[in-house]
Design a protein around this ligand. Structure first.
Ligand SMILES: *Cc1c(COP(=O)(O)O)cnc(C)c1O
Length: 486
């Protein structure tokens, strides 16, 4: 193949080298971001499906009819899991964020169609996923965040209902929330929303394909009359490669507002249910193949494995002196905070703990603390997402969690005040240009090649200590520099 300037073997060898530097996507050592079914055949099947649709343009299901068939079959499967009736319709999107954005766009436009004027509001607990901050930002809604219980991370439905008003275009609750795995009081919130004619979205991005198999729970899906839309990610507990999520909406007429259509240009008629134009059918095909292969029994079996491992880890971590599980996790995820009820010298800081666990080869996710609008403070925590593969590493993981806690017990959390004092002069933190932002990053030891430090606890403390807009600006600079052509 002399048209290649570099031989394919060489290109793929380089890619392999690059991939070797990535966090491991399989084997259960990364407890966030990746959702490993532990079934190699499922990954192989997904890869084959992607290959078969590689040249397809998912933009046009009339030209590529396979796309329409796979999409309605996947939607049918998820609708049935979430107890939607025949009035529930939907779309496969490219991910949770897109599903959430479209749920907000739909609600906003329906609110306007009902006569809403001015700036619409999005009402949600502080634990709502950041995708809704993004949606409010992109779509110009005011974000009204209701504080949750600072110890358990749970939402008081009455507190949320008290903020419902004619300007509220959408209420969002989670099943469960990402930061603390709290199952929001869906039925209570949705009933209040329904009584006021406000749309209610249940963000089941992480729980949608696993909570249906999680034993007895209060109703959290389309069984609840006031729930108008739901999101569920195929690329999380649907075990599909990234790029697939489902957005379901109650009522065809409501859902049509999600679409964008125009014939008013000289090109082909554009009719898009989702954000993208031309798009891959790969993740859809992979999701479809996995749904066909596993069916409900397969998903149920994988969920049982997640549940077993989650229970085991709750027990192990619950027994670690100085740490506590936040609230009552519902689903295969949990957050760990310092147990303030023991003396300081017996406490374990969850961020030091995560750093220590990382040294032993396990990647947990550090979550910053957060001040809520009522003055209460959500603790900084460490997050674990549990997947079916976790079962195969449970003993080693448990030992690492216990050993790491023993190693850092009594070491106080990095103090934001001390971190601040040690920082170079931030010049008031006003609007930074990219040069000064980069200088600041360099002064913080982060200006280099984007490789994060071995210890993340100090970095998280900096994030907590600095004003959010400044941290956001610095992180933007960090990520932007990472992909600058050199
Ligand atoms: C993951 C997640 C999202 C966002 O999904 P992406 O697929 O990362 O875009 C939204 N809500 C919840 C609860 C999530 O867990």
């Amino acid at each position: 193949m002399n048209q290649f300037q570099t031989p394919p073997e060489e290109i793929l060898a380089r890619l392999q080298q690059l991939r070797n530097a990535d966090a491991p996507t399989h084997g259960g050592h990364v407890l966030s971001y990746v959702y490993d079914s532990g079934l190699a055949e499922i990954d192989e099947l997904a890869a084959s499906a992607i290959r078969m649709v590689q040249p397809v343009n998912g933009l046009d299901p009339t030209t590529f009819s396979s796309v329409a068939v796979m999409e309605h079959e996947v939607l049918g499967f998820v609708r049935s899991l979430l107890h939607g009736d025949t009035e529930v319709v939907g779309s496969v999107t490219t991910g949770g964020t897109e599903s959430c954005l479209l749920a907000v766009k739909t609600a906003r436009d329906n609110w306007r169609a009902r006569g809403g004027t001015g700036r619409p509001r999005l009402l949600a607990p502080t634990t709502v996923h950041a995708a809704f901050h993004k949606a409010a930002h992109y779509l110009d809604l005011e974000l009204d965040l209701v504080p949750v219980d600072p110890t358990t991370g749970t939402l008081d439905a009455a507190a949320l209902a008290a903020r419902m008003a004619p300007e509220v275009a959408l209420v969002v609750v989670s099943a469960p929330s990402y930061p603390f795995a709290a199952l929001d009081p869906v039925a209570e919130v949705a009933a209040e929303a329904l009584a006021r004619g406000i749309d209610c979205h249940v963000d089941a991005c992480i729980g949608g394909l696993v909570l249906p198999f999680w034993g007895t729970l209060p109703d959290w899906d389309f069984r609840v009359a006031g729930v108008t839309s739901m999101s569920a990610d195929l690329h999380k507990f649907g075990y599909a490669p990234k790029g697939a999520s489902v957005l379901l909406q109650r009522g065809r007429d409501r859902q049509r507002t999600q679409y964008f259509a125009t014939t008013q240009w000289p090109g082909y008629p554009v009719v898009n249910p989702t954000m993208l134009g031309s798009k891959s059918a790969g993740a859809l095909a992979a999701s479809w193949a996995i749904v066909e292969a596993l069916g409900e029994p397969g998903f149920a079996k994988l969920a049982r494995s997640c549940a077993l491992s989650t229970l085991a880890l709750i027990e192990v971590i619950g027994d670690i002196e100085g740490l506590r599980i936040v609230g009552t996790p519902v689903g295969p995820l949990l957050a760990v905070a310092t147990d303030e009820s023991v003396p300081a010298e017996r406490r374990v800081d969850p961020h030091h703990w995560a750093d220590q666990v990382r040294g032993a080869g396990w990647l947990l996710q550090l979550q910053p603390g957060l001040a809520q609008s009522d003055g209460t403070h959500l603790p900084h925590t460490t997050h674990l997402t549990i997947t079916p593969v976790t079962e195969s590493v449970l003993a080693d993981l448990s030992a690492a969690l216990v050993g790491a806690a023993d190693a850092v017990r009594g070491i106080p959390a990095v103090s934001p005040a001390e971190v601040l004092a040690s920082l170079p002069d931030l010049g008031g933190g006003g609007a930074l240009d990219s040069t000064s932002a980069f200088e600041l990053l360099t002064a913080l030891g982060l200006g280099g090649d984007g490789v994060l430090p071995d210890r993340m606890a100090p970095l998280l403390a900096i994030m907590e200590a600095l004003p959010a807009p400044l941290t956001e600006r610095l992180l933007t600079e960090l990520l932007a520099r990472l992909v600058e052509p050199r």
